[in-house]
Design a binder for this molecule. Structure first.
Ligand code: SF4
Length: 356
C-alpha cells in the first residue's frame, strides 16, 4: 500500500490512492460512498497498513459493493429508534434511561453500523435543539441515566462536552452519565487532558463504553488512551459487535475480551448484529453466536465475559441471547457446565450423607 500524509480518507478515490481498494473497484465503491458515510482516520489507516490482522480490520472500515445489496429483514431503522424519539436528539425507550445524541458524526464509519442511515454529514444539534433535548430530560424525572451516543460524542470539542456534562450535572434526577464512543480506537489522541477534565466536570458517575471488535484494535495508543481515562477514575466498559470474518471464532473472541480486560475495560455487551441495510456479509447466526459465547465461558474468567445481547428489531428493547445452562423440571434444575456435562441441582442426597 502507498504511504500517505496523515489525513482522513473519505472518498473512493482516496481509498484507491491509498491502495485500500483496487482501481477497478473505485466506481462501485463510489456508489457506496454516495449513500453511506466513509471515514478512515490516520490511526485506523496506520492499523490497516501495519496489522497482521488487516483483513479483519479492512472488513470493518473499508466499503465494498456488498453494502448496496439489501437482504431480507434489513431496514433503515433496525432497532426502532425513530418511534422512541420524542424530540430531536433524544431516544427514550426505557423509562429510567434516555439516549442523548449531540452529533451524528463519527471519527470512523463502521461498515456494519446500525445507525448507518442516520450517521455522517448531519452535523451537531443546534443550540436550540440541544436546549429542547435537555428540556425533555429535565421534564422527565424518571430518567436516572443519560447515555451520550450518536454518532460519536467524543468527536466534539472538550468545551462542548464539558457544557453537556455540566448541563446534565444540574439535573437532579440524572444520576449516571454514560458515554458511548469508538474514539479511543479511531482517534486515541483525542483522549487528552482537556477532554478528560470535561468528562470529570460533574460529581455524578460517568462511565465510558468503548466500541472495540478485534484484538488488533487494542494498539499501544488505544491502550494508553484507556489508561488515561482509567487513571482519571472513569470506569470503562467494552462493547463488541459479533461480526463474521472479524471475531466469529473462539480464538478471536477470546483475544479481544482478554485484551479489553488487560486494558482496564470490562467487557459489557457482545451485540448480535442489527438488521441495518447492506450488512448481511457480517451476520453471524444466533446459534453460532451462542456456541461462541459458551466457548468463552470455559476459556476465560468471569471478568472477560460479556453479555450476548439482541436489540429486538423494531424497538422492543434488549434481551440476552445466552442462557441454556439451566433447565427446570419438577422443581429441580439441570445445569450444563462449559464442557457440556449436565449436573442436577440441588445435588441428589447420597447414602453416605444421610443423618444417622
Ligand atoms: S462509531 Fe458507532 S455510530 Fe459511528 S459508524 Fe461506528 S458503529 Fe456507527
Amino acid at each position: 500500500m502507498n504511504s500517505l500524509a496523515p489525513r482522513t480518507l473519505s472518498s473512493a478515490s482516496d481509498l484507491a490512492a491509498a491502495g485500500l481498494i483496487a482501481e477497478d473497484e473505485a466506481a462501485d465503491v463510489a456508489r457506496v460512498t454516495a449513500r453511506y458515510a466513509v471515514a478512515i482516520p490516520p490511526a485506523i489507516h496506520d492499523l490497516l497498513r501495519s496489522s497482521a490482522n488487516a483483513p479483519a480490520l479492512m472488513r470493518q472500515f473499508v466499503p465494498t459493493s456488498h453494502e448496496l445489496a439489501l437482504a431480507e429483514g434489513e431496514n433503515d431503522d433496525p432497532i426502532g429508534d425513530h418511534a422512541h424519539s420524542p424530540v430531536k436528539g433524544i431516544v427514550h425507550r426505557y423509562p429510567d434511561r434516555a439516549l442523548l445524541l449531540p452529533t451524528l458524526t463519527c471519527a470512523v464509519y463502521c461498515r456494519f453500523c446500525f445507525r448507518r442511515e442516520d450517521v455522517g454529514g448531519a452535523g451537531v444539534l443546534t443550540p436550540a435543539e440541544m436546549d429542547a433535548a435537555l428540556d425533555y430530560i429535565r421534564a422527565t424525572p424518571a430518567i436516572w441515566e443519560v447515555i451520550l451516543t450518536g454518532g460519536d460524542p467524543l468527536i466534539l470539542s472538550a468545551r462542548r462536552i464539558g457544557e453537556i456534562i455540566r448541563a446534565l450535572d444540574d439535573i437532579a434526577h440524572v444520576q449516571v452519565i454514560r458515554v458511548h464512543t469508538r474514539v479511543p480506537v479511531a482517534a486515541p489522541e483525542r483522549i487528552d487532558a482537556a477532554l478528560i477534565e470535561a468528562l470529570r466536570s460533574t460529581g455524578k458517575a460517568v462511565y465510558v463504553a468503548i466500541h472495540c471488535n478485534h484484538a488488533a484494535e487494542l494498539t499501544p495508543a488505544m491502550r494508553a488512551a484507556c489508561g488515561r481515562l482509567s487513571d482519571a477514575g472513569i470506569p470503562l466498559l467494552g462493547q463488541t459487535v459479533l461480526l463474521k470474518g472479524v471475531n466469529d471464532t473462539p480464538e478471536a473472541l477470546e483475544a479481544v475480551m482478554r485484551g479489553l480486560v488487560a486494558a482496564r475495560v470490562k467487557p459489557y455487551y457482545l451485540h448480535q448484529l442489527d438488521y441495518a441495510p447492506g450488512t448481511s456479509q457480517f451476520r453471524v447466526p444466533v446459534e453460532e453466536g451462542r456456541a461462541l459465547v459458551k466457548s468463552l465461558r470455559g476459556r476465560v474468567s468471569g471478568l472477560a465475559q460479556p453479555t450476548y445481547i439482541l436489540d429486538i428489531p423494531g424497538g422492543a428493547g434488549k434481551v440476552p441471547l445466552t442462557g441454556g445452562y439451566v433447565s427446570e423440571e419438577n422443581g429441580s434444575f439441570a445445569i450444563e457446565d462449559p464442557t457440556g456435562t449436565v449436573h442436577s441441582y440441588p445435588p441428589a442426597p447420597s447414602a453416605e450423607t444421610d443423618d444417622a
